[in-house]
Design a protein around this ligand. Sequence first.
Ligand code: F6P
Length: 370
Amino acid sequence: MTVAAKRVAINTGGGDAPGLNAVIHGAVYAARGLGWQIFGIRDGYDGFLEPQNYPDGGLRELRRSTVREISHLGGTILGTTNRGNPFCRPTKQPDGSVREVDRSDELIECFRKNSLDALIAVGGDGSLSIAHKLQDKGLRVVGVPKTIDNDLESTVLTFGFNTAVSFATECIDRLHSTALSHRRVIVVEVMGRNAGWIALHSGLAARADAILIPEIPYEIENVAACLCRKHHDGKPYSIVVVAEGAKPLGGDVSVRSREVSRAEQLGGIGETVAAQLQELTGKESRCVVLGHLLRGGSPTAIDRILGVTFGAAAVQALSMGMDGVMVALNPPRIDFVPIQVAIAKLKLVPQDSDFVLVSRALDISFGDGA
Ligand code: F6P
């Protein structure tokens, strides 16, 4: 089926992830191939809802010449925000107080006024939930799954994950030699929110002694016992990879900060674990927090390929008359799954995941005594 000339918007929401620019590149090239126009909304939906902040325009047409040289670049040329939920935007009131306001009708009106037929929403579970609600309000939406955390159901991979894991692995590789030289325990805290994928994959790739993930609550005594046994067997140093969302058995996640209208910021567990391991093993311990380094920099080849493919597939979905779907990698195919299904639950590491079992076989502890 061919569809009349389209004007399609694209935006990027939530935390940035390497590969966002590749998605934009893929979408623009595919749209232009159909004779469609594609427009980028700045900073999530801010380009529409706060136009006064964009003297050069909150919405701009993206031509092939604009995006030709961007797919290898980190970040997003459109900008992003994780405070931009149009359904509950913190809005300053005349009396100076801040109240959450539903501005979704105003947003839908912006699409109408700009004669935009559809939106390609590139984001993680938060941004895709917003996109799903906009679809319910009558906007045609196709989602593209983005997150370094790789915690979205219905797609085997999200772009950004491979870059994050590759960089974490490189960092942990580097920490082996300094840990060995000082016979120290080095604890490496990595992002991932409530999913342990980054910790599991980088810890396995970089030969960690222990990997602590949210899905397997740990007992610090078990971790210390494993490290002491290895020290006794002749390995004088240890590397422990801790997901920011890891928690002790019966305990809670470490929260760095809480703010209205946004997910709490996790962090701090690495320092806690390092201090406890120093106490229990008697070995000098240090903590390295990789944090936003995992989100920055140039995407790996895999994330570039995923990005351009997802971007082009989103346009293809619209051209085939689909909406309300998310592009998904279901090897060897690119699939389209209802956004509602994709956001229904997070994809967490199964306790019996082959990667967990292989790690255990390689004498990597998860701190659960198994
Ligand atoms: O979801 C991606 C992610 O990088 C998480 O791994 C992390 O918890 C969070 O975003 C950090 O968000 P912020 O950039 O707001 O600190």
